[in-house]
Design a protein around this ligand. Structure first.
Ligand code: CTP
Ligand code: ZN
Length: 161
């Protein structure tokens, strides 16, 4: 299709420009882009060059978000954690303007140090330096220490500190 490109761009408008070297996180669920950035620890304070498209038209979903990070290739570990909030994401590694690798995210069995437990009585939320650890279930996460299960509001647990 020459006229409709997959970013929701048409020949008349360019919504998010192409990057030279870095990572494009595509097919993120509409509205989750900022959570993707939080998971990756990107807040712009270190001068990262980042483009975000939110709720752009997509042919696979009605709407999608897209995140482009210049100058950084995400590791598989970083990518795996994204499944928690963006299970359908496609990760594109770009070098010299070309997509040289494309992979789908794979759900990890555990995530360590990414989410904080919502249970105030949990050993991971006290003063002791115990790193959080969650088992990843179908559509939910469970604290490995206190077994609190979170289903809907996983993005709210993302440790942005
Ligand atoms: N992209 C980019 N900068 C580049 C190359 C690609 O921002 N230098 C973006 C494209 O705009 C697209 C994504 O990376 O959003 C994937 O690129 P590509 O594989 O060329 O597009 P599609 O074939 O549409 O991808 P898919 O089949 O995964 O939807
Ligand atoms: Zn806990």
């Amino acid at each position: 299709d020459d006229h409709e490109h997959h970013d929701g761009n048409t020949d008349h408008e360019l919504r998010v420009s192409k990057i030279r070297d870095g990572t494009v996180i595509d097919h993120v669920r509409g509205g989750q882009a900022l959570n993707v950035l939080a998971i990756l620890g990107i807040d712009g304070s270190k001068g990262e060059e980042v483009s975000v498209g939110m709720n752009v038209p997509s042919d696979r979903f009605a709407r999608k978000d897209i995140v482009k990070v210049e100058g950084r290739e995400l590791s598989q570990d970083e990518v795996d954690v994204l499944t928690l909030i963006a299970p359908d994401a496609t990760i594109n590694i770009v070098r010299d303007y070309e997509v040289v690798e494309k992979h789908r995210v794979e759900r990890p069995d555990v995530v360590v140090g990414v989410l904080s437990c919502p249970n105030d009585g949990c050993i991971t939320t006290g003063n002791e330096p115990v790193t959080s650890r969650f088992d990843v279930l179908e559509g939910a996460v469970r604290c490995s220490y206190c077994e609190t299960i979170v289903r809907e509001e996983i993005a709210a647990l993302i440790d942005t500190a």
